[in-house]
Design a protein around this ligand. Structure first.
Ligand code: OGA
Ligand code: MN
Length: 286
């Protein structure tokens, strides 16, 4: 397998595999190792069916079905669709999602291990791609913390919440939002350690994100916010960031423990974007 780094601290491209073909167990184990060690893995020029996307994802374990059921593919509910395209008066996927630093499903008890995204349509301007995705290494960011900060964070826990952000973002994207109490109650606040241990590599990672982390347990609100803002700014310093410019046929998988990511909404119809993602189940944070 040919593996090339995407940026100095993390990310890798595997450029000699066709994921439409059956992968033997040895090849799969190598992919999984690169994924665990490099946190973001890119495969270009892939032409795979929805069924294959799900099948490849399932090699890593069980898959999530997104809480926003309105944006999953009916015939493959493991596939969550992100798009600005309207067909027959209906959005084909969620529009402008993730335009803030976050990590997928941090607002659940057992957040996602990783996500696997395929680019079906990529918006362009004058031949250059728009709608890049940025990734930040929370493992590199942890390593770079000063020793007294590491000591201060050890043992602290943060609160993660879904709906506030969702409602703000939907309003910003120009959609109506009416979420029933019952639906809100289905995704209550959760608490996770601020410093987590990667379940496969043992690396320590900073596990807070601008998207969903709203406070620190046992700390006054202002003080908690202040510390969180400091951590958000630290994690997303340019030296920890890789910016992915999408091409049609890219499959990118990212580690939701060791990275944060954010979308860039710098395009609008008639520039079309269509991405689809599967979400790997994870374990409780420790
Ligand atoms: C996601 C996500 C970013 C993007 O699918 O989880 O945040 O650029 N996507 O579409
Ligand atoms: Mn995301």
């Amino acid at each position: 397998m040919r593996v090339k780094p995407l940026s100095p601290p993390f990310g890798a491209e595997i450029d000699d595999l066709d994921l439409a073909r059956d992968l033997d167990d040895v090849t799969f184990a190598q992919i999984e190792q690169v994924f665990n060690e490099r946190s973001v893995v890119l495969f270009r020029n892939q032409r795979i069916t929805h069924a294959r996307h799900v099948e490849f994802s399932r090699r890593f374990g069980e898959l999530e079905i997104h809480v926003l059921r309105e944006y999953v593919r009916p015939e493959h509910p493991e596939i969550y669709v992100l798009s600005n395209i309207i067909e027959n008066g209906r959005p084909v996927g969620i529009k402008d999602a993730g335009n803030y630093w976050h990590t997928d499903l941090s607002y659940t008890q057992a957040p996602s291990r990783g996500s696997i995204m395929c680019a079906i349509e990529v918006p362009q301007k004058d031949g250059a791609p728009l709608g890049d995705t940025l990734f930040a290494s929370t493992a590199a960011a942890y390593d770079a913390l000063a020793p007294d900060m590491k000591a201060k964070l050890q043992g602290l826990q943060a609160i993660h919440r879904f709906w506030d952000r969702y409602i703000r973002e939907r309003k910003a994207a120009g959609s109506d939002v009416l979420i029933s109490e019952e639906r809100r109650a289905g995704t209550p606040d959760v608490v996770h350690p601020i410093i987590r241990t990667h379940p496969h590599t043992g690396q320590k990672c900073i596990y807070v994100n601008e998207g969903f982390t709203v406070g620190i347990v046992g700390m006054p609100e202002d003080e908690g916010r202040g510390l969180l803002n400091e951590l958000f700014a630290h994690c997303t310093k340019p030296e920890f960031v890789y910016r992915h410019q999408w091409r049609v046929g890219d499959l990118v998988m990212w580690d939701n423990c060791a990275t944060l990511h954010r979308a860039t909404v710098d395009y609008a119809l008639p520039q079309r974007r269509l991405m689809q993602r599967t979400t790997l189940k994870g374990t409780a944070v420790f």
